[in-house]
Design a protein around this ligand. Structure first.
Ligand code: ATP
Ligand code: MG
Length: 487
């Protein structure tokens, strides 16, 4: 259970917090003064502190300063009446997580508390790499024994002692955020704050101000000065997620911080400095964005000092069993009994191509543990696509779908091959009414045609006897990705 400590001398505020945060997942503690709050922190070890600014005795700012000494990573949200925003800004410079204006807007407060608790979890929960994993670390492991993952672990270890900028790339769901947190935990800044910003989730025109802050009146809506994440995170680590989605001005500013550690707030002209380590991630091919002049080349090289490329799950299928074991234990929860899984189900999981990577595997298992009737997960508890893909992998034609670079040597498909494939598929379809035989065969044919023509859609369409538009629709419908089909 997560713990929230409210420091406020007004009984009304304490009362409304008790009502707003009446949840079994959150334990609310209250203190009526800064002194009392500071006494409570070592005892209850809260995950988040929300403190009023104006109080008798230590005011909120002094309390914040002392909390920073006690625990530099504990997120603190300050509350202030409108007249005292200047103090709130001071608070942000001192590393407060954020501030709230009183009277507060309840939905906004809830969103902010959820975000701060997530930040607290990111900072507190050490991420353990597979080779060091203990049985009880089922919450926070980076799993993988494949060669590709071992290189990832090695790189994490090698950069641990440095402040080098790291660029993490990989398809969606391959574990970029997880690796970013691991890098932070193994770094020499692990006792300092870690803040994650999803560049794609913030409107482009606001991202610059979110990162660097703005001066009052610098744009419509900028009614008060705002301190950006770089200032707030001074001494810590900033995780810039989805870095491919930044405007040209933001890119230029980030480049400057990386080069000489200085920046200005939006609408300001006073150069500010920040000592921040940057970890960036993207699932877009940044090299292409550079070639298309959408991403600054010099910034790319600055970010790409250390590159961690996460492999798609289909290229490290030997890790699937480990991941399954890990997720089943995680899903069972502490002390819970994990569901078991048989060889047939494991084979089905290993036969699938996992376009959504580890996230998709985790979600598949989450769903399967709910659907499974007994103590074991059966192939029929998986989605029809996964089950079907496994069946095709076993069928004779599958030999030509193996992912090797020399698949272009076309083997003439004989009538017998097709007949035996059909037999296999029908046998399976009788057992599993959810399986759709035709789309499955179609999908494999489209993949093969694309492989055969090295991804040339015009030629592939001609081979299949369909129009290019139809081919494109099939590619989309079946979620076929070019990387899979072109080698
Ligand atoms: N190697 C791994 N071991 C254990 N869990 C993993 C691993 N890789 C990913 N996961 C889990 O899979 C989920 C997705 O990972 P994460 O959010 O890090 O992916 P991502 O690469 O950032 O994806 P996106 O590009 O969609 O943001 C998370 O729940 C994460 O804990
Ligand atoms: Mg991510």
């Amino acid at each position: 259970m997560e713990k929230l400590l409210l420091i406020d001398d007004e009984a009304d505020v304490q009362y409304s917090f008790r009502r707003i945060f009446d949840s079994p997942e959150l334990e609310l503690h209250t203190a009526s003064s800064g002194e009392e709050g500071l006494r409570l922190i070592p005892k209850i070890k809260p995950d988040l502190v929300i403190s009023d600014i104006r109080m008798a005795g230590f005011n909120g700012l002094e309390t914040l300063r002392k909390i920073r000494v006690l625990d530099p990573k504990l997120p603190v949200i300050l509350m202030t009446a409108y007249g005292t925003t200047q103090t709130a800004i001071e608070a942000m410079k001192l590393g407060a997580y954020d501030y709230l204006l009183k009277p507060f807007d309840v939905p906004k407060l809830k969103v902010l508390v959820a975000a701060a608790l997530k930040a607290a979890r990111d900072m507190r929960q050490a991420v353990v790499l597979q080779p060091m994993l203990e049985a009880e670390d089922y919450e926070s492991g980076v799993i993988g024994r494949s060669e590709a993952m071992q290189s990832v672990f090695k790189l994490i270890g090698q950069t641990a002692a440095t402040d080098a900028t790291v660029l993490i790339t990989g398809e969606s769901g391959t574990g970029k955020e997880l690796v970013a947190r691991a890098l932070y935990h193994f770094s020499k800044r692990s006792e300092r704050p870690f803040l994650a910003i999803n560049c794609a989730a913030i409107p482009e025109n606001l991202l610059e101000s979110e990162l660097f802050g703005h001066e009052k009146g610098s744009f419509t809506g900028a009614t008060v000065q705002r301190v950006g994440k770089f200032e707030q995170c001074n001494g810590g680590t900033l995780f810039l997620d989805e870095i491919g989605d930044m405007s040209a001005t933001t890119q230029t500013k980030i480049l400057r911080v990386l080069q000489n550690g200085t920046f200005e707030r939006v609408g300001g002209n006073q150069p500010l400095t920040a000592d921040v380590r940057i970890i960036a991630a993207t699932n877009q091919p940044l090299e292409d964005a550079v070639a298309n002049k959408e991403f600054r080349e010099d910034l790319f090289y600055r970010l790409n000092v250390v590159r961690i490329q996460l492999p798609p799950l289909r290229e490290r299928k030997e890790d699937i069993r480990l991941l399954v074991d890990f997720f089943l234990r995680k899903l069972a929860g502490p002390g819970g009994r994990p569901k078991s899984i048989g060889e047939a189900t494991l084979a089905a999981l290993e036969g699938y191509h996992w376009p959504g990577n580890v996230r998709e595997l985790e979600n598949t298992l989450r769903r399967a543990t709910v659907v499974a009737k007994g103590g074991a997960i059966l192939p029929s508890d998986l989605s029809p696509e996964i089950e079907a893909a496994a069946q095709v992998a076993k069928a004779p034609i599958a030999t030509t779908t193996a992912k090797t670079s020399e698949t272009t040597t076309s083997q003439p498909t004989t009538g017998t091959d097709i007949a035996s494939l059909a037999q296999a598929l029908f046998r399976f379809a009788r057992l599993e009414p959810k399986m759709k035989v035709l789309p499955l065969v179609e999908r494999e044919l489209v993949i093969e045609a694309l492989k055969e023509t090295r991804g040339n859609q015009v030629q592939a369409a001609r081979l299949l006897g369909i129009t290019r538009a139809t081919l494109r629709k099939r590619v989309e419908k079946f979620g076929i990705r070019q990387e899979v089909t072109v080698h």
